[in-house]
Structure formats: C-alpha cells, structure tokens
Design a protein around this ligand. Structure first.
Ligand code: AVJ
Ligand code: FE
Length: 437
C-alpha cells in the first residue's frame, strides 16, 4: 500500500467516525427535539447537522472537488455569520429528513472526490488538510451538539460507561523550569491556522497544579462565600456574578446541605474528585484568587503540556508523540463526564502534570491572538475574525472532544461569561526566589 492510499484510508475512516457520532447525537432525540431550541445560546440540532454538510460541500465538493453545488440555495441559511444562534429556529431550515438526505448526498460525493484527488501539490490538500479540517469541523459541531444535549431538559437519551477510577497524582503542584520552549507547530498536518507557526517562547519558572480543580475543591470556595465576596473577583467578573445571579457552577443544585449535579438528564450527588465543569472564566479566575493562585497563561499551559526537560523538545502530546489511546485521556465522548483526578497516569506530561488533554477544557488567562507569523489559512472566519480582547483561550479539550479535533497545540476560545461549554480550569502561580534556590 502506498502512503497516499494509507492517508486516504485514514481520512475516510475519520470522516466515517465523525458521521457516526453526528448520527448518534441526532438520532438520539425525536424530530421535535431536533428542530426546537434548547437554549438561546445554541442552534437547533438540525441546524448543526445541515451546517456540517454545508461546510463539507463548500470545501470538499466545490472547492477541492471542483464539482457543481449540491444545494447552492441553502448556503446563506447555514452561514454562521449571517444569523445568530438565537434566531436560527425561525429560519426556513431543512427539516430532519431533508437534512439527513442532504448530508448523505454531500458525503457520497466527498468519498468520490477523495478517491480522485491527489493529496499533495497544493497547500489546501497537502497531507489531506482540507479533509482534516472538515473532519475537525464536524467533530467540533458534535461537541457543540453534545453541549446542546446537556442543556436539553427531559429524560436521558445518551448512555456511556462511567469514566475510570481516580488514583494518586503525586504532589499538588509541579515546577516548570524557566527558559525557552517551542510553542505551536509548523509540522502537524491537520493543525489549524491559529496553531501555527512553531515559535520559541521564553517563560519564567512557575508552578502549575498537577490536576484540574475538582468539584470538592470548588465546593469549598462556594461554601466559603466565594460568590458573595468581591475580593476574589475582577471588576468585570463581579459585575457579571451580580447581574447573572451566579451562586455555583452551571447545573449544580443544592438540596438540603448537599450538592447535586445534573448531566445529560441525570441528577446525581456531586462527585468530589471529578474536575469541576461548566464554569465561566470569571468563576475560574475568582477561585484561583481565593486559592492564592492565578490561572496559567496560554504559554504556560502549553509549556506544562509539551516541554520535555530531558531533551528540551516540545512533544505532540503530554505523554509523548503517539496519538491518544483510552489509557491516555478522557476523549471522544467515550464517557459522559470528566474522570476523577489521577485516572490517567499514562497521560501525564514529562513534568508530571495530569489530565491536560481531555476531561475539561481549561480556561487560561490569555486573550485570543494570532502568533507572530500567523497567516490566515484557508479562511479568516475560522480564527482571525475572533482575535482580540473579547475572547479567552481554553486548552486541552474535554470528554466531549474528539481526538481528531484536539492536540497540545489546539486552541479554543470563548467569551469569559460562557459556561455551557465543558469548561473547567487548573491553577498556576509564580515561583518565589526561595523555592528556586
Ligand atoms: C473553535 C469551537 C470556537 O464552534 O465556534 C465551528 C469551531 N468554527 N464552526 C466554534 C467552529 C466554525 C469554533 N470553536
Ligand atoms: Fe461551523
């Protein structure tokens, strides 16, 4: 088998895996639940489904394949910049049966394009990039659809085995040495434009928590009156906590003196050693301040994840250069919750930091910007239009992220008030002179 055939097979397998997941998420509910809006923050599931097909048509059928449009008349409906999520249910969208037929028809053509397209010769197709971009796009929307499922009220419709048990993690914090490391990538074939290029960054030494902040630790902040004390909050955070009347993470509920958490239609006692999830940036920042720490910058997060002090190299993943397996990280919607801390010893970084990939997206203190040398590729609406002070970067992916769509260089972003995503955090702090001596 030539390596191109091998690449084609891998692309085809990834496309199929993504579609199986889209199908699972959309077949799990009835037509009424597909077309209705479960939250103003989300699209109807049937919009995500046809949007997945439309992006695939635009890039792979028309652009890469040079084929005639399948449905040129619906581009406008599924352009995310034309209609806010809140108004999408009012649009004359394709119904469930039509949407399913549409994405199937596009996919048939894409398999034909894949067979006939050389996966080299120009940048859009080198290493299968455009196909990889579309696989990631579908998986990203699948995670968004999973978040819509979490917001949906009703009987549970999704099932998964519980995550693996927790275990020992060693010291609570790890010292990351100061000095240069390589951030970003110029070689990862399917890396998106905002992850590029690889570049050297110098950091001070710093401490980072070995694990994400757990429900138990976060509940202590809540119990200490954290949500009522402006000392812990930034000005914007305090204004938000008051205006939105926040008292605890999203989906938490106190009954008598116990906390419960609702996930995918099931309400259960809060699991103390699972990473906290569904907190916004302001909550993460306030907790860190209360704990006498701070959030890591994006640079610090990536250094903790990738830097190998023995070689000075940056790894592809915390554990090395091999793709994730189920021993490394809680990914791929394999479980419907973050795993307790210490559940993935094989996934720890060279420096001994656990659960950087999977479980929960981790808020960093950094705004979303292009790296020095950033070039739009292949379209400005993926990342560049979001650069600026409005968005905070999140890293590492969640239990709902697919491994095709998360890497140690992968960058996610959202508004600092958002918490419908599978977002948590870990803390960091400066190293004092004494600690370095
Ligand atoms: C990278 C997750 C912020 O969902 O808004 C989907 C991904 N871009 N379709 C988003 C995306 C276009 C994006 N995030
Ligand atoms: Fe999209």
């Amino acid at each position: 088998m030539t390596s191109t055939e091998n690449l084609r097979d891998r692309v085809a397998a990834q496309l199929t895996r993504a579609r199986d997941r889209s199908r699972l998420l959309t077949d799990a509910v009835d037509d009424h639940d597909l077309v209705r809006q479960h939250s103003k923050l989300m699209s109807p599931l049937v919009w995500d489904l046809a949007h997945i097909g439309n992006q695939e048509e635009l890039w792979l059928v028309r652009d890469v394949g040079g084929r005639e449009p399948v449905r040129a008349d619906i581009d406008e409906l599924y352009d995310a910049f034309k209609h806010a999520r809140s108004v999408r249910p009012e649009l004359p969208l394709l119904g469930p049966a039509e949407a399913r037929r549409y994405v199937g028809e596009v996919r048939d053509k894409v398999f034909d394009v894949l067979e006939r397209t050389p996966l080299e010769g120009h940048r859009l197709v080198d290493g299968g990039f455009a196909f990889g971009m579309i696989v990631q796009h579908e998986q990203q929307h699948d995670e968004t659809m999973l978040a819509t499922h979490q917001l949906r009220v009703g009987e549970p419709v999704l099932d998964a085995p519980p995550p693996p048990r927790g275990g020992p993690v060693g010291p609570a914090e790890v010292l990351v040495p100061g000095g240069p490391f390589t951030m970003g990538t110029s070689t990862e074939a399917w890396a998106l434009d905002n992850e590029r290029p690889a570049h050297q960054v110098v950091t001070e030494p710093f401490f980072i928590d070995t694990t994400p902040v757990t429900n138990g630790a976060y509940a202590a902040f809540v119990a200490d009156g954290g949500y009522r004390d402006p000392r812990w909050w930034s000005e914007a955070g305090w204004a938000h906590v008051r205006k939105a009347s926040l008292v605890a993470p999203r989906f938490w509920e106190r009954v008598d003196d116990r906390w419960y958490r609702t996930a995918f239609g099931r309400t259960e006692p809060l699991v103390a050693d699972q990473p906290v999830v569904h907190v916004c940036y302001h909550e993460a920042e306030a907790y860190a301040t209360w704990a006498g720490k701070r959030l890591p910058t994006e640079v610090e997060w990536e250094k903790a994840a990738r830097f190998d002090p023995a070689t000075g190299r940056s790894r592809r993943y915390p554990w090395g250069d091999e793709d994730p397996t189920e021993a490394h990280a809680n990914l791929n919607q394999r479980h419907l919750a973050p795993a307790p801390v210490g559940a993935y010893p094989a996934g720890a970084s060279a420096l001994g930091v656990h659960q950087l990939i999977g479980d929960v997206w981790e808020w960093t203190s950094s705004d979303f910007h292009g790296y020095a040398g950033f070039e739009v590729f292949p379209y400005a609406e993926y990342s560049q239009v979001f650069f600026g002070p409005d968005y905070k970067v999140l890293r590492g992916g969640s239990f709902g992220s697919d491994q095709a769509a998360v890497r140690s260089t992968f960058r996610n972003w959202d508004y600092p008030i958002r918490r419908q995503i599978f977002s948590g955090f870990r803390c960091a702090r400066d190293a004092s002179r004494d600690e370095l001596a």
